[in-house]
Write a protein that binds this ligand. Structure first.
Ligand code: ADP
Ligand code: MG
Length: 373
C-alpha cells in the first residue's frame, strides 16, 4: 500500500461507515487534493487539559474558521489531473453532526447510564489499529475503568505480546506462568489460572507476555485458527458486560482472532495526518472478516486520540474523519496530555489517578457513548 492508496481511499470516502462496516457506496468522483474544503467539526471535547496552554481557539468555536486550503494533508505522491477536469465534491450535509457544531455538542451529552440489575452477556469490543502509538492500550485501560465506574463488569484482554496492557495495570506479566497464550493454545488451562484482578473494582484482566508471539506462529497450524480466541473467551461471556481486547499493532492472526470474536471494533486514531495512513487497509480487513468469518462484526466507533486543539492540523484531521466516517466518529475526543504517560508509570487508569482531570472526564464521556450506542 502506498501513500497515494491512502489518499485516494480517504478522498473517495472509502471509510464512510455509519454504525456498520465500510460497505456504503464509494463516491463516484475521487476527491483530489485542493478540490475540497474541510470544515473542522467541534466535538463535545471536555475542557482542555490543564497542561495545555495557552488556550487555543478551541475555547471559542466561532474562532474555528474553515481552512482555506487542504492544509498539510495532501500527499505529494498523489498526481493531480488538471483542475478543470475535477468537479468539487459536494459536502454531504446528511452526515449527522459532521458539519454541525451544535448537533455534535448536543450529541456529546449522553445520559448517566442506568445501573444494571444483572450482568452479561458481554459485548466484545476489539481496540484495533495496526499502527502503534495511537492510544489503543491507553484507551483499553481507561475506557474499561470508566465502564466499571458505571457499574459494568469489564474484562480486559491483552492480545499484544508486548504486554503493555498488563504493564499499564501494574501487572508484571513476564513473571506469570499463565497468560492468554495458555488459554488460547493449551486446552487444559483453567480460566481461574489466567484471570487476574486489577486494582480497579469491577475490572479483570487476562494478561499477555512475550509467549504470545510464539503463539501467533503456533496458531497457524490450529484447526479453526481464527476462532481460537472466541473459543477461549466463550465461557466468560456471561460474567461480564464488556470485554475489551487490546490488539497488537498488526493485522496478523492475533488481530484476526480479536475481530472474529468481537461484535464491535473501536478504532483509535491519533489526530494527525500520518495516523490516517493505512486506515483503508484496516477497514478492508474488517470488511473481509465480516464477510467471511464474523457477520456480526461492525465498526463500533472511531476514537480520536492525542488531539491538540491548538493546532489547525489536529482540527483538520478531525474534520476529515468526520467527513469520511460520519456518525461513527465518537463525539468524545481524547486530548493530548502528559497525564497519560504519568498514569502508565503509576500503573493505574486516569479515572483513579486524576479523577477530575479533563482526560478522565473524556473517558467517562466515552464510556457513556459506548453504553448508549
Ligand atoms: P498503542 O497501544 O496504540 O500503541 P498507547 O496507548 O500505548 O498506544 O500509547 C502510546 C503512548 O502514548 C504511551 O506512552 C501513552 O502513555 C501515550 N498516550 C496515549 N494517549 C495519550 C494522550 N491522549 N495524550 C498523550 N499521550 C498519550
Ligand atoms: Mg498497545
Amino acid at each position: 500500500m502506498t501513500d497515494s492508496d491512502d489518499a485516494v481511499w480517504m478522498a473517495a470516502g472509502g471509510a464512510r461507515v455509519e454504525g456498520s462496516l465500510a460497505t456504503a457506496a464509494r463516491y463516484e468522483t475521487p476527491m483530489l487534493p485542493g478540490t475540497e474544503q474541510v470544515t473542522p467539526a467541534v466535538h463535545a471535547v471536555p475542557d482542555a487539559p490543564a497542561d495545555q496552554s495557552p488556550a487555543g481557539p478551541d475555547q471559542n468555536p466561532a474562532a474555528l474558521a474553515p481552512p482555506t486550503a487542504p492544509g498539510p494533508v495532501s500527499p505529494a505522491a498523489d498526481p493531480a489531473p488538471p483542475a478543470a477536469d475535477v468537479a468539487p465534491r459536494p459536502i454531504d450535509n446528511s452526515v449527522a453532526g459532521s458539519l454541525s457544531p451544535s448537533l455534535r455538542a448536543t450529541r456529546g451529552r449522553d445520559p448517566e447510564p442506568a445501573p444494571l440489575a444483572s450482568h452479561g452477556p458481554a459485548t466484545v469490543l476489539a481496540m484495533c489499529n495496526q499502527k502503534g502509538g495511537v492510544g489503543k492500550t491507553t484507551s483499553t485501560i481507561n475506557l474499561g475503568a470508566a465502564l466499571a465506574g458505571y457499574g459494568r463488569r469489564v474484562l480486559l484482554v491483552d492480545l499484544d505480546p508486548q504486554g503493555a496492557l498488563s504493564a499499564g495495570l501494574g501487572i508484571a506479566s513476564h513473571e506469570l506462568d499463565h497468560t492468554i497464550y495458555n488459554l488460547m493454545l493449551e486446552p487444559s488451562t483453567q480460566l481461574t489460572d489466567v484471570l487476574v484482578p486489577t486494582g480497579i473494582e469491577g475490572v479483570d484482566l487476562i494478561p499477555a507476555n512475550i509467549d504470545l508471539s510464539a503463539g501467533e506462529v503456533q496458531l497457524i497450524n490450529e484447526v479453526g485458527r481464527e476462532h481460537t480466541l472466541t473459543r477461549a473467551l466463550k465461557p466468560l461471556l456471561h460474567a461480564y458486560d464488556y470485554i475489551l481486547i487490546d490488539c497488537q499493532p498488526s493485522l496478523g492472526l492475533l488481530t484476526i482472532n480479536a475481530l472474529t470474536c468481537a461484535q464491535g471494533v473501536i478504532i483509535p486514531l491519533a489526530a494527525e495526518w500520518f495516523s490516517l495512513r493505512g486506515v483503508h487497509l484496516l477497514v478492508d480487513t474488517i470488511e473481509k472478516v465480516q464477510a467471511r468469518i464474523n457477520p456480526d462484526l461492525a465498526v463500533a466507533g472511531v476514537l480520536v486520540t492525542m488531539y491538540d486543539g491548538r493546532t489547525v492540523h489536529s482540527r483538520e484531521v478531525v474534520g476529515m474523519l468526520d467527513q469520511r466516517f460520519g456518525d461513527t466518529v465518537y463525539d468524545t475526543i481524547i486530548s493530548r496530555t502528559v497525564k497519560f504517560p504519568e498514569t502508565t508509570v503509576a500503573g493505574e487508569p486516569i479515572t483513579s489517578y486524576a479523577p477530575t482531570h479533563p482526560a478522565a472526564q473524556a473517558y467517562r464521556a466515552l464510556a457513556r457513548e459506548v453504553i448508549a450506542r
